[in-house]
Ligand binder design. Structure first.
Ligand code: SF4
Length: 647
């Protein structure tokens, strides 16, 4: 038994109705932690090769991290895991809110579903006692309605994860919602839940999570919180845009300190980057073919983060988070409450589609949250359709009369409604860009922006090649939360692990595109650290404080009673990463095929804007990354013995 772990998982077979707790074998937590590490071990072992992601053999898991519900901060993140129907590869999706501790307070590190129910059901667990219940009255309800009905029945102390109509209709870009619209959005795992006819998981637990040294953990947390609370009162939203423009113009760049980003996050949340990212070249524009020259400061002015802050009525904190980057907004006087849209949503439905209508972003964000559809993938799919329209590949005859011109926010909202309902053109688009391009044909595939089938997030690899690399090499492709060159700078891991390179404080931007050993080491370190973090249940934004300010390794040692070094923990991260890659190989994924699409790697390079003449040496950078893990540098396949154990 490991302190901080509950020592058990819950297995639910939806075909037979069997519910069976299972002890986690000795040594597994030490090797892989819990969270997505435990899940990688379990899913690799138990999902048969070639299983249909929407079939009964797929396993869908809800996992909390090793540090969740201990006296640590930033540890309220949970993950959904399973074989992704969107990519066919390892799938996970990370989410905050208040669900994560409810998993552990029921006595489990994870709850895993296999099989498929004949009729809609939900799982109700109270202090570890679990039962399947009829969910027919909930089927067809949106995520907010369904969650409200469940909490009305089971009490406000319960927590629920639910799917909406998108997951029920097996949209491959659907997610799983908790806390009224926070979304475990990526990898299409809402469709896996829908395929199992599992509408919801409701958790109401009060069990204690055992830790080795709670007093030491609290001391560490207090010291971390001092950094979080440091908040100089300066900066306007407009200044953020000018800061981005300055970063675009200068030939050099400063190694980022995440304390600066923390200040932005605390003030505005992720929307702090709405305009700045466009100006500096981080945010893709017009389905990745445009640039800051097309979507300049005047066009993006409505997304000034101060405009969003003006309608924010309350800060929103995930469980155990002292920062609180989220927000509750009332965008229209007398209107209803909604979650503040994240940067990813604003840009996916904004600059990517040339849409400057902020009201429409609030509206579409709420619509997608209620439907349970991933706003990154939905925005990417709409912008793909808009480019198809512009090029005459789609016409009014194909779009049920919608005019998909750039920036037509009314048409965008109507198109999303159709995607959610799988109606007409919406049915063609409801499974993301790769499937849509296959269905539409006519050369549309070249305008489908994805990696391995997953739509790309709002961070441009032509500005930070690390994003292009991680979109391509992560076992769950097309993800922005696992590594980038700027993340390596902010993680400051070299402060704790001597062999890791320290970036120069200032450097010429051109040096970012050089495929050298140092970049490969940094990229691999990001993946190891994030695999560890997702095993511990930590939030990426907490990690941006820097490894000398957030005591990840010390929290883990105090929680478990282990006495391990940062190197030991990064080795655990490597084992997890290798297991996930082995999962993909087992399921017939060729890691080379997950390479990000050419346009997003600057092939050919853009002619104007912040990323003009920038191309990423993507093939070489992928190969260099694989070599860091001891995998075949040509194919990305781990050696056979590592595939079994994660090494
Ligand atoms: S920083 Fe934001 S996303 Fe992370 S745990 Fe806190 S509120 Fe949640």
């Amino acid at each position: 038994m490991t302190f901080a772990s509950m020592g058990k998982i819950l297995n639910v077979d939806l075909s037979t109705g069997e519910i069976r707790p299972e002890a986690i074998p000795d040594g597994i937590c030490r090797k892989y932690l819990t969270g997505t590490g435990l899940a990688a071990w379990l899913l690799h072992e138990r999902i048969p090769a070639g299983a249909d992601p929407l079939g009964p053999d797929n396993i869908l898991g809800f996992v909390a991290g090793l540090l969740t519900a201990t006296p640590s901060y930033f540890t309220g993140r949970w993950s959904a895991v399973g074989k992704s129907p969107l990519t066919g590869a390892w799938g996970d999706a990370n989410c905050g809110g208040s669900l994560a501790p409810a998993i552990k307070r029921n006595g489990f590190d994870g709850i895993f579903f296999r099989g498929a129910s004949g009729a809609p059901v939900y799982l109700y667990v109270k202090n570890g006692r679990a039962e399947l219940r009829d969910a027919s009255r909930l089927w067809g309800k949106d995520t907010v309605e369904a969650e409200g009905m469940l909490l009305a029945e089971h009490g406000a102390g319960a927590r629920a994860a639910v799917i909406g109509p998108a997951g029920e209709r097996l949209s491959l870009i659907s997610g799983i919602s908790n806390d009224r619209g926070r979304m475990a959005a990526r990898s299409g795992l809402g469709a896996v839940m829908g395929s199992k006819r599992l509408k919801a998981v409701v958790l109401d637990g009060k069990l204690r999570v055992p830790v080795h040294d709670a007093a030491a953990m609290k001391r560490l947390s207090r010291s971390c919180n001092r950094w979080v609370q440091f908040q100089p009162p300066f900066l306007s939203g407009r200044a953020m845009a000018y800061l981005g423009a300055l970063m675009r113009i200068l030939p050099t760049q400063m190694a980022l300190d995440g304390m600066l980003y923390k200040i932005f996050l605390r003030k505005w949340g992720t929307t702090s980057m709405n305009q700045m990212s466009v100006e500096m070249g981080d945010a893709p524009v017009m389905n990745w073919k445009g640039s800051s020259a097309d979507w300049g400061m005047s066009r993006s002015a409505s997304f000034n983060p101060d405009n969003i802050k003006a309608v924010e009525t309350a800060k929103y904190h995930c469980y155990a988070c002292p920062l609180g980057c989220g927000g509750i907004c009332i965008p229209k006087p007398g209107g209803g409450e909604t979650h503040k849209p994240e940067y990813e949503t604003v840009l996916a439905l904004g600059g990517q589609c040339m849409n400057a209508d902020l009201d429409s972003i609030f509206h579409m964000n709420e619509m997608l949250n209620r439907a349970g559809m991933d706003s990154i993938s939905a925005g990417g799919t709409v912008s793909f359709a808009m480019e198809c329209w512009e090029r005459g590949i789609l016409t009014k005859a194909d779009t049920d009369g919608l005019e998909l011109t750039w920036g037509n926010s009314a048409a965008m909202a109507a198109l999303l409604e159709k995607m959610i309902r799988r109606e007409g053109i919406g049915d063609i688009l409801a499974d993301g860009v790769r499937k849509a391009a296959e269905r539409i044909g006519r050369g549309s595939g070249q305008y489908a922006m994805h990696a391995g089938g997953q739509e790309l997030p709002m961070h441009d690899g032509r500005n930070d090649p690390g994003f292009a690399v991680h979109y391509s090499v992560e076992p769950t492709p097309g993800r922005h939360t696992l590594g980038a060159q700027m993340y390596y700078e902010m993680f400051r891991l070299w402060k704790r692990v001597r062999r890791l390179p320290k970036p120069a404080p200032f450097y010429f931007k051109g040096s970012k595109y050089r495929a050298d050993e140092e970049k490969a080491v940094a990229a691999a370190a990001c993946s190891r650290y994030m695999a560890l973090a997702n095993g511990a249940g930590l939030c990426l934004f907490g990690l941006f404080l820097g490894a000398s300010r957030i005591p990840v390794f010390e929290w883990l040692n105090a929680a478990t009673g282990w006495n391990r070094t940062p190197e030991d923990y990064l080795a655990a991260g490597e084992r997890i990463q290798t297991l996930k890659q082995a999962f993909n190989v087992k399921h017939g994924i060729d890691p080379r095929a997950n390479r990000v699409c050419d346009r997003a790697a600057g092939i050919p390079a853009q002619k104007e804007g912040a990323n003009a003449r920038r191309a990423v040496a993507i093939a070489k950078m992928m190969s260099d990354y694989w070599r860091q893990f001891g995998w075949d540098p040509e194919t990305g396949v781990p050696p056979v013995e590592d595939r079994r154990s994660g090494r």
